[in-house]
Design a protein around this ligand. Structure first.
Ligand code: ATP
Ligand code: MG
Length: 260
């Protein structure tokens, strides 16, 4: 066993004969902030789905801290220390921010401690509120939060579960420039004491916050390296340029830099 926190080997997923993932290898070391990019349909979400037990692979292995996760149930994987967000929001709108965080935190808490009446909020909830800056909104119903605040709440809910690996699926999608900036800072802060894999589309965001990047394309790892290496790679440019040409023949060159 190597020292990697997450080791994905030869992972393939087949949906009705269609290979959504095709022999993916991915190694994430303890303490990394890894970005996962790729065009629509590349298999990014599917990869996260397999790691978190939502989708069964046709073949391959997913080792987390040396133990194979394939075949384990979703809640077992959460308990073993892997947390994720979804592309669509999953907060409880009628519950307050602190109630949502508390519920998330209780997921990994032993039953006896749930039965015990606690005064105030648990340490994990307090830490999650502080990290995400949601302390001031603690008693607001989640339903009234802005889009950005909601995303931060989801990230806070993850942190409250004290995962060792966080998988974030497009956390800045639909955010304002200011919210993106705040999220970038938040990810950097979280990465200080967690291992984080972020699926992201925005190249400016990557340039600012990413170090190691993995590019998926048609279910395979196309390139892996630093942001500069990845952007300079002709195969990556071709994937994105090709897509730009499909969208608009005339404006292809102008959009070529839009590496997702
Ligand atoms: N449950 C499913 N059944 C059938 N096909 C699926 C299923 N889930 C995903 N796919 C297909 O697998 C491929 C990979 O999808 P996936 O959602 O992983 O892509 P993605 O890289 O996350 O894309 P996006 O950037 O649009 O989120 C796509 O062609 C998608 O249509
Ligand atoms: Mg996706």
């Amino acid at each position: 066993m190597s020292g990697a926190l997450l080791e994905v080997r030869g992972l393939s997923v087949v949906f009705d004969g269609f290979r959504a993932l095709d022999g993916v290898d991915l190694t994430v070391e303890q303490g990394e902030l890894r970005f996962l990019i790729g065009p629509n349909g590349a298999g990014k979400t599917t990869l996260v789905d397999v790691i978190t037990g939502l989708t069964r692979p046709a073949s391959g292995s997913v080792r987390f801290e040396g133990a194979d996760l394939v075949g384990r149930k979703e809640h077992e994987i959460v308990r073993s220390g892997v947390g994720r967000t979804f592309q669509t929001s999953v907060v409880f709108e009628e519950l307050t921010v602190v109630e949502n965080l508390d519920l998330a935190a209780s997921f990994r808490r032993p039953l006896w401690s749930l039965a015990r009446r606690r005064r105030g909020v648990s340490e994990a909830v307090a830490a999650a509120m502080e990290t995400t800056g949601l302390d001031l909104l603690a008693d607001r119903p989640a339903g009234v939060l802005s889009h950005g605040q909601r995303q931060w709440l989801e990230i806070g809910m993850l942190i409250a579960q004290r995962p060792r690996l966080l998988l974030l699926d497009e956390p800045v999608a639909g955010m304002s420039a200011e919210e993106r900036l705040r999220t970038g800072e938040l990810l950097t802060e979280i990465a200080r004491d967690h291992t984080v894999v972020v699926i992201e589309h925005d190249m400016d965001f990557l340039r600012r916050y990413a170090s190691q990047v993995t590019v998926l394309h048609e279910g395979k790892v196309l390139v892996e390296g630093s942001v500069d290496q990845v952007r300079a790679d002709p195969r990556v440019q071709e994937v994105y340029l090709g897509r730009a040409e499909e969208r608009s023949t005339g404006a292809a060159a102008a959009t070529a830099g839009e590496v997702k």
